[in-house]
Design a protein around this ligand. Structure first.
Ligand code: ATP
Length: 232
């Protein structure tokens, strides 16, 4: 159970109760999550630590409302998700969540600025305002001189920073990051993670960041550990 302090009247950004997920592998059933409880409060940055295969990505998929098959209760910013229709889940995802993955998944034919503008256009933001926001975020990440570069013209660290800017473009309540610097060398990883944390803190978003790197986890506000399907 988390030790986050509740603010009266403000729902947690994430509230998980008794979250369970099993997978069938041949004749065996693997219980990956066995009853996870977690609260994340607005603006709180939580590291989800655990060795490979402990279920970090599975947990992020649950919180990201990306997959079914879970038991238990998932609420995102007070929206109880388990009984929602898929269009309602999509609305909650669009309004509240931003995603950063280990590999950037940027659109290859669009430049850095356009990759950050795109989700804003989908959300109905005016193009000029979307451009300003993209420039602000990319500038804050040290990419003011890379706005017109396509992903293939950027380094791995630069690509991940564009992915961070894209995740924050629509001012998410919560950023979900799955090994966001796992594909980078140690020095670049540290630098990109520090920039990520500074920006998320500056924007006031909460974040849940899956990592197996203890040192990086300790830079966050709180560390929770997945062990044998439970948080400790
Ligand atoms: N769709 C699936 N079908 C069957 N088993 C799955 C599926 N997805 C995940 N698993 C299993 O669930 C367990 C947890 O996987 P998960 O990817 O959540 O771990 P992880 O902690 O994120 O690992 P990593 O750090 O390597 O990404 C693993 O044993 C994995 O094989």
């Amino acid at each position: 159970m988390s030790d986050a302090v509740a603010t009266p009247g403000v729902p947690p950004v994430v509230r998980l109760r008794g979250l369970k997920r099993s997978f069938k592998q041949g004749d065996t059933v693997i219980e990956v999550l066995r009853g996870v409880d977690l609260d994340i409060m607005p603006g709180e940055i939580v590291a989800l630590l655990g060795p490979s295969g402990t279920g970090k990505s599975t947990m992020l998929q649950a919180v990201g409302l990306l997959e079914g098959g879970f038991e238990g209760s998932i609420a995102i910013a007070g929206n109880q998700a388990e009984d929602m229709e898929s269009d309602e889940r999509t609305r909650v995802r669009r309004e509240h969540l931003g995603f950063v993955y280990q590999f950037h998944h940027l659109l290859p034919d669009f430049n850095a600025r356009e990759n950050v503008v795109m989700p804003q256009m989908v959300a109905g933001v005016d193009r000029a305002i979307a451009d300003q926001r993209a420039e602000h975020l990319l500038g804050a990440l040290g990419l003011a001189h890379r706005l017109e570069h396509r992903p293939s013209q950027l380094s791995g660290g630069e690509q991940q920073r564009v992915a961070v800017a894209r995740a924050l473009a629509n001012r998410p309540t919560l950023v979900l990051a799955d090994e966001p610097t796992g594909n980078l060398d140690e020095a670049t990883s540290e630098k990109v993670l520090n920039q990520f944390l500074d920006l998320v803190r500056g924007e006031g978003s909460a974040a849940l960041v899956a990592t197996h790197n203890e040192r990086l986890a300790n830079k966050m506000d709180r560390v929770v550990r997945l062990h044998e399907g439970l948080l400790e």
